[in-house]
Each structure stands twice: as C-alpha cells, then as structure tokens.
Design a protein around this ligand. Structure first.
Ligand SMILES: *Cc1c(COP(=O)(O)O)cnc(C)c1O
Length: 472
C-alpha cells in the first residue's frame, strides 16, 4: 500500500458511519419527507463523493454536521421539480440547452388537459378504439400541403424511422438497400450526433457519394444503379442547417434529385430539421411546403425548432411512404406521448389560424426594435437605483436551433457593467433558489438580450436583477 492511500484510508475512517448519519438525518426538528431507502442512498452518494475527494488529494470536511447538511442539500436539489423554468436572456431564440421553442398558452393548456384520462386512442362516437394520430393527420396535411403525415418523438427519430423503413426495398431487378447521402451534406448537428450515423442506426447502410465540396447527379445515379454493391433504395437530402459552404462547391438541387429519384422509382427523403412553415420566419429558410413542392417524397423535421411547438418529429409526404413508416415496427418504439401530441396539435392550430400566430417564437421574431426599446426603458426605470451601471445597447440575436448560420436579427440588450462573471453567476444560480436568468458576457459586461425574453417575463426579470445587483 502506498503512503498516500494509507493516509487517505485513515482520513476516510473519520467520516461518519452510515447509522450515525441516518440517525442524525432522522432527528426531530426538520424531519425529511423522503423514504428511508432514498435517504440512505443519498447519504451513500455523499460519503462516496467525500471519499473520492480524499482519494484525489483534496481535503473535504469529514465531521457529522457537515455531512448531514450536505446530504440534506443533495436530497433537496435532486427532489425539487425539474426541469425548472429559466429566463432566456441569451439572445438565442431557440436555445437547445434551454428547452428550444417555448410553448404558448394554448399548447400549455392542451398539455394539462391531456394529462389525465383523454381520448388518445378512443373514438367516443363509436365507443371503439381510435388512432393516436387521428386528430393530427388532417392538420398536418393542411398546413404542410402533404398527402399524409406521421409524428414520432423528435427530428432524429423521424430521420431514423424514414431511413430504416424506406432504406430497403425490392423491385424487378432485385434488392435495393441503403440511402444515398452526399458528402456535402454529412452534417454534425450538435452533441456529436451526425446525420449519417443517425440514418444508419437502424441497420440500413449509407452510400456516401461525392466530395466534401462537390457532388453531382451522376454520383447519386451510380449509387442508385449499384456498381458492385446493392443498389440504393432511397436518396437522403439533409438541409445544411448550421453551416454554409462557399467557393468551389456544387450540389444538385432538391428538384433535380427528385427527378432522379422518380426515374429510378425510389423515394427522396428530405431532412429539413428546422420545420419552418414560413410566415414570419426568415424567407431564406426552406419550408416544409417548399420542400414538398420541389419534389421531396417525404420530409422530416423537428417540432420544437421553427415550427414553434413541443419536442416531436414530423414526417410528411406521399401517403404510401408515410403508411410504410407508420406500419414499420420501429414506429411503435418512437411514438410520442399524449401531452406532446396535444401541444403539437395546439401549435399546428396556431399555424392554421388566419393572421399572426400566437406562438411565442413568432412573437419574439416579430418584436420591433421600438417595442424592445420601450420594454428596455421600462426595465431601466424600475431599476433606477442601479442606473449608473446600466444601459441599453443594440446587439444581434440569432434564431438558433438549426436555423441558417447567418441568421442574425437586430436586437436590444440591457447591458450591466462591473463584476460581470460574479453577477452572471448570481443571476444563473440565485441564492434564494428563485428563477434563474441566463445572460451572456461580452467585453466584461453582462448582456441581457430582450428579444429572447418573452414580454410577460419582464416583471420577473426586474425582480431577479434587483436581487442580484443588490448583493454586489
Ligand atoms: C435538429 C436537426 C435534427 C434533429 O432533430 P431533433 O428534433 O433535435 O432530434 C435532424 N436534422 C437536422 C437537419 C436538424 O437541424
């Protein structure tokens, strides 16, 4: 045994014993409402953490009172409701780490109402079994212009299901297997996930074609014709949602690929990602209806990006293909729950309505600079006590969430000078355990971008700022 580990073990022996710890945690005064096994498991984690710290050569406190208090904090932290609401003042409207699209009132109400018993798979008129997707299908068709639609858990699931269900087929010349994907579209979407590996996760091979910067129709054609390997069963198009290429580049258009797919009798699956339905969103961002009009056989996208709804994966397109996906065994493993379906329904109804949608994402995009300035000035007025450190400055917000990389829109930030790191930390993790505010730091200042904060949160923002600034 080394000297170090002997010393560590001697110290670890000073940690309280489990029964003493449990007795102290059960002491009258502030009884814990948690089951004994749960308290014991949390206490074990706390002891393990302190032993690990000792082994790393650190010097954690080992006395009973400290370990009891730390175990209580550990229990409280793990057992309070989660995820917790936050104020997103980052200026990234669709922030993947902050829950992407915020849901509107109608969608939130719909989720609550569906939370109890509901007619998810029940046809009340006949008293028979109904379809989980029955209420959504006409809406999906109407807002996208597709023949039919299906819904799964998220965009990645839609891509996986489409490629797996449609990536193997048979025609007069025999087996077709795999999807063709150009190297120009071999995208990584975040957290290390890549379109090509997600497409192949169901066991269907991906035929990579072309070069990083250039691919041609003949590259796709060769994969569809085989050439020494099974002929590909589908073409996959992935929207380059988070990067742009320029220079010596070439990529056949969606319409050209659609014509090629038709000639070979295979489907063109287009992964749109963002799921824009147009309206107030950037005109440069492709939309579901546009992809269908250009000839995509099946379009997949997320529900919680530009569609402004809950986490979901939409698949819309030719009825026979949608039906193949719906019937594919994997579909059962990817089906969404009743509350997401309810929120998606309400979000699509918002898209179906005449005039401006009531979706919070759209309201954020729509807000004029005058409107942001009026809100900013009202906030400044309420925080007059800290006026010397604060100003309103113009900045740029981004759509985020797989929108066009160049999508920047003018915005306005409340900028606070001094002690930026400490202030941002207090805003993120307030001592009173209240609503966290996530801001960004730039040039030694805290920037609170008002475009990503819903106007209804301004009063909360003022309260949180007053508290955090007061502690300076
Ligand atoms: C975001 C995105 C996905 C994944 O969608 P999730 O809903 O996050 O699973 C797939 N493809 C593209 C092009 C995307 O932008």
């Amino acid at each position: 045994m080394t000297k170090r580990s002997a010393a560590t073990m001697a110290k670890a022996a000073q940690l309280p014993r489990m029964d003493a710890l449990l007795e102290a945690l059960a002491a009258p005064g502030e009884p814990l409402p948690w089951r004994r096994e749960v308290v014991k498991a949390a206490a074990r984690d706390e002891l393990d953490a302190r032993r690990a710290a000792l082994a790393e050569g650190r010097e954690p406190a080992l006395d009973l009172d400290t370990v009891v208090a730390a175990t209580r904090r550990r229990l409280e932290a793990a057992l309070r409701p989660a995820p917790r609401p936050v104020i997103n003042a980052t200026g990234v409207l669709l922030h993947t780490n902050l829950g992407r699209a915020p849901l509107g009132d109608a969608a939130q109400r719909a989720m609550l109402e569906a939370a109890g018993a509901c007619d998810l798979e029940y046809d009340a008129a006949s008293g028979r079994r109904g379809s989980r997707f029955g209420a959504l299908r006409p809406l999906l068709r109407w807002v996208s212009g597709a023949e039919d639609g299906h819904v799964v858990n998220n965009g990645a699931a839609a891509l996986l299901l489409a490629c797996t269900a449609l990536g193997r087929s048979r025609d007069d010349a025999g087996l077709r297997e795999g999807v063709v994907l150009s190297r120009t579209q071999m995208i990584e979407i975040g957290d290390g996930f890549r379109i090509a590996t997600m497409a192949a996760a169901g066991g269907v091979p991906v035929h990579e074609v072309g070069a990083t910067n250039r691919s041609h129709l003949r590259d796709y054609e060769a994969a569809l014709e085989g050439e020494g390997q099974p002929r590909a069963a589908a073409i996959l198009w992935a929207h380059a949602s988070n990067f742009a290429q320029s220079g010596f580049v070439a990529q056949p258009s969606l319409a050209e690929l659609a014509a090629l797919a038709r000639r070979h009798g295979v489907p063109l699956i287009a992964d749109l990602g963002s799921g824009s339905l147009g309206g107030e969103l950037p005109a440069a961002e492709p939309t579901l209806p546009a992809y269908l009009a250009e000839g995509a056989s099946l379009v997949t996208c997320s529900g919680d990006k530009m569609l402004g709804g809950p986490q979901a994966g939409l698949m819309v397109g030719e009825a026979a293909l949608v039906e193949r996906c719906r019937r594919f065994p994997m579909a059962r493993a990817l089906r969404p729950d009743k509350t997401s379906l309810a929120a998606l329904h309400a979000s699509l109804v918002a898209h179906a309505r005449e005039g401006e949608t009531e979706l919070p994402l759209h309201a954020m995009v729509r807000a004029t600079m005058d409107c942001l300035r009026a809100r900013g000035e009202a906030i400044l007025e309420q925080l007059a006590a800290f006026q010397t450190r604060m100003s309103l400055r113009e900045c740029e917000a981004t759509l985020g969430g797989g929108a066009l990389p160049g999508d920047r829109r003018p915005s306005l930030a409340l900028v606070i000078e001094g002690e930026a790191e400490a202030l941002a930390a207090r805003l993120r993790a307030p001592q009173d355990g209240g609503l966290p505010v996530v801001a960004r730091i730039e040039g030694a200042c805290v920037w609170l971008d008002l475009r990503s904060v819903p106007a209804q949160r301004d009063a909360d923002l003022v309260a949180r700022l007053a508290l955090a600034l007061d502690q300076n």
